[in-house]
Each structure stands twice: as C-alpha cells, then as structure tokens.
Design a protein around this ligand. Structure first.
Ligand code: EPZ
Length: 430
C-alpha cells in the first residue's frame, strides 16, 4: 500500500501536459471488438483502468501491441497502442474482471453486435451510487437481443445473429448506454436512431473513430444520432482527445495555490461550463495556441452556485475538485450533484482538513475558511481522491492521502506532473 504526502503552501507555476482522456480511451479500446482489423490508438494515457481493460480484451481474444512513443517526445506524451480482435475467442466477460472496472461492462454491445451472443457480468454497485444498467439492456432488447439476467450475469443473444436497427429514446442521459447503443448500431441491420444521446466529448471521440472505421453516423455531438448499420467495419487510426477532467482538475489545483500554469493541449470547447464557473470564482482560464492558461483574475477566490449536469453542463467528474477549491473561497458556495446520488464521500475527508461543509440532500453548502490544516485522509473514489490533493496543496503542514489505487485508475503521473510545477508532493509506503 502507498500513500501520498502533500505539503501545502507552494504556488504552481509552469506547464502541465494534459494526457489523453481516460473516459474516451476506454470505449475506444472496446470499439476494437467491432472489427477483425487493426485499430491503432494514439495518445493513450498510462492508467490502471487502461491496463485492466487490456486484460479483459486479451481474455476475449484481442492482440495488443504497445508501439511506443515517438522519439524526443516528453514522457507525458501518450503511447500508441495497436489492438487486433481478429478472432473473438470468448464472449464471456467474467465477474472478477468486470467488477474491477465498470466501463468493462460496455463490451456487451460490440460482442453482441459482432458475435450474436455475449455473457457479461453485471458491474455491481459502486461508491458513488447504485448505477443501474437498465438503459443499456432496454436499448439492446429494442435492437432484437434476447436478454436474461442469470446469477449476476447478463446473458444476451440475437436470433439470426445480427442486431436490427431501432428507434431508441433514452429517458435520461447516460454516457455508457450511449456508447453501447452506438457501437452496437454500427453493425446492426438498417438504421438506428438514438434520441437523448449523451453529447460528452468522449462520445464524440468514439463516434469520430467509428466513422474512421467505416461506420455511418449523423448528428455527432448532438443529442440525436442516426446510424446506418454496416455488415462490417475496418481498421483505423485515431488519436484520443485530451482529458477535459484532468485539465479542469489541474486548473483548480493552480487556482487553489494562486499560481499560473499553461495546461498544454487542454481544449476550451470541452470545458466551457467549467470555464464560466471559474470566471465567477475569480479564476481566468484563457485560450492560447498551445492550450489553456490558468491564473487568478484579481486576488481572492469567490463562492459560486453550481449544479452538475450532463455535457455541456458542469461535469459531475469535477464536482469534488470544485468543492475542495471552494473551501478557501470568500462566501458560501452551493454545489448540487444531480447525476449520482451518493457522490459526496469527499465531504467528510475535506472536513477533516478544516473545511466547513453542510450537506442538505443533494446539495453541499461550502463556507470558505481562512485556513486548512493537513491531516491523514482517505481517498474514496477517483475524483474524490484528487479533491484531497487540491485541498492539501493549500493546507498548512502535511496531508497524508491513503488508498491511492483510486487515483492511479485515472490520473497519469499525478505527482510527477504536480511536482514539476512546484508542488511539494511525494508517494511513500503506507
Ligand atoms: C460515465 O459513467 C463516466 N465513466 C463517469 O466517470 C461519469 O461520471 C459519468 O459518465 C457521467 O458523466 C466513464 O466514462 C468510464 P452514466 P457512466 O451512465 O457511463 C444513470 C470517472 O470518475 N443510469 O452517464 O457509468 C446513472 O445511475 C467516472 O471517471 C441509469 O439510471 O455514467 C447515473 O445516475 C465516474 N441506468 C446517470 O444515469 C442506466 O442504465 C448517468 O450515468 C445507466 C445509467
């Protein structure tokens, strides 16, 4: 077991390279199951979740070759990885693999579309909410799949072997259900329409890659997708979109320390709601040729009122980090979580550092305090973990963050990136 030691007080200054997006990389890797040709993905982040999904894909029969980085590039530039699902050797994704990472459940769509059958373990609950899979199952059933849930597994098959196009209207926006329905539709017979589709940049990235693979998709980036199914897709090369959540996270780390940093490769168009909230908080995030520059606009941080929403709204994946930042703002912030019912696990840990936070149902009221003081805290999920890092950067003394495996799932080289811009942060044996 390892822990992270953060000693607060240093300003962050310089440049941080933003990695490829975890939440785009995962569905893109899964898309390789749709073709027997090679899918080459550039700008792959080195993360525990990517390694775990690679294990699952390997189990299903995918050959994986890390082609490496081009010479002379920084160690933070992503890898190029080639995936070939020439033969699917197993259509079962077992519990011990799927339970480690929820996104691996998404293999259900491509397996069913390509092989006509799939048996995938239900992902189970998770620290941030119950996270059901009803939307996925209804969409695939509408496309002609017979679906049973047996002994913790979704067992699905298609009579005649090929899914049929359908008109799917999602009652609520789901990123994962959109990924799965979209991938399945690319190989279905006829047209599929997906209404109330997620518009997250990671969905757009997947759709753009599927088009390179020969899929016919209209409405990319809107909430209505029209897909003309093809008998087969082919290989392609694709570079993963920069991680907007990593960029937003570092932007708030910089603002917390009153620093100034260029977030290299970060894209403003994927962060507009976040940039507006930062402006209200007194943090300037400005576009430059090479990325986004972050600094306080004029002195103190100001309280904000925010609610999380599907894209283009303020992302739930930045809620914990915003809460950490607002612990040091002037005034009382109100942060409402509308996507997940239990995504406030970081509150108790932030309070341990001296934050003044009151929970009222789905809303947290955060009263800014003059000082935070370092303490041992526990990471409870990926984004909660990094909110503790942000708080630790402003706390007096040492903050000791335990249960680092959450952080390693989704932040590439976090302590190297932060110490390169001046943070006092190190990993140690727990
Ligand atoms: C994706 O999860 C992300 N994960 C999450 O990021 C992110 O928080 C979430 O989208 C929302 O933006 C990946 O991309 C790997 P959803 P996903 O389906 O697809 C409900 C992180 O930290 N729902 O959009 O699982 C669900 O319970 C992670 O990187 C149903 O009711 O999220 C939630 O309330 C955490 N039935 C809402 O929809 C379903 O069948 C949105 O969830 C499916 C979802």
């Amino acid at each position: 077991m390892e822990k992270l030691l953060v000693r607060g007080g240093n300003r962050l200054e310089g440049e941080i390279h933003i990695s490829g997006a975890k939440n785009a990389a995962l569905p893109l890797m899964i898309a390789t199951l749709l073709t027997d040709e090679t899918l080459t993905l550039h700008n792959m982040p080195r993360l525990a979740d990517v390694a775990q999904l690679q294990k699952i894909l390997g189990h299903l029969g995918v050959d994986i070759m890390i082609a490496g980085r081009r010479q002379g590039q920084s160690r933070f530039v992503g890898e190029t990885v080639r995936y070939v699902a020439r033969d699917i050797v197993d259509t079962t994704a077992p519990y011990d693999m799927v339970s480690k990472m929820r996104a691996s459940f998404w293999v259900l769509g491509p397996l069913l579309a390509r092989c006509g059958a799939a048996k995938v373990s239900l992902p189970g609950g998770c620290a941030i909410g119950t996270r059901p899979v009803d939307l996925y199952l209804k969409a695939l059933a509408q496309m002609g799949a017979d679906i049973d849930v047996e002994a913790g597994y979704v067992v699905a098959s298609v009579h005649g072997g090929r899914l049929k196009g359908a008109h799917i209207v999602f009652p609520k926006v789901s990123v994962g259900a959109t990924h799965v329905a979209l991938m399945a539709a690319t190989l279905a017979e006829g047209e599929t329409v997906i209404e109330n589709a997620a518009r997250e940049p990671e969905v757009v990235d997947l759709a753009n890659c599927l088009v390179k693979m020969g899929a016919v998709i209209e409405g990319i980036g809107t909430s209505t997708l029209h897909i003309q199914g093809k008998e087969r897709l082919h290989g392609a090369e694709h570079s993963i979109v920069p991680d907007r959540i990593e960029a937003g996270t570092y932007a708030m780390a910089v603002a917390m320390t009153d620093g100034e940093v260029l977030l290299r490769d970060a894209q403003a168009e994927t962060l507009s709601a976040f940039i507006d909230v930062m402006a209200q908080a007194g943090v300037a995030v400005t576009e430059e040729e090479k990325g986004l520059r972050v600094r306080r606009a004029n002195g103190a941080l100001r309280a904000v009122a925010v609610e999380t929403q599907p894209f283009p709204g303020f992302p739930t994946d930045l809620q914990a980090q915003l809460m950490a930042l607002m612990t040091r703002a002037d005034g009382v912030s109100s942060i409402r979580e509308t996507i997940f019912e239990n995504r406030f696990m970081h509150v108790q840990e932030l309070v341990r550092l001296g934050a003044d936070i009151t929970l009222m149902g789905d809303t947290a009221l955060v009263k800014g305090v003059d000082r935070l003081i370092g303490a041992p805290v526990m990471a409870t999920d990926l984004r909660a973990s990094v909110s503790l890092v942000i708080a630790g950067l402003a706390a007096e003394g040492e903050t000791e963050i335990h249960r680092l495996y959450h952080l390693d799932r989704g932040f590439e080289a976090l302590e190297q990136k932060l110490s390169a811009v001046g943070a006092d942060i190190e990993r140690a044996a727990a």
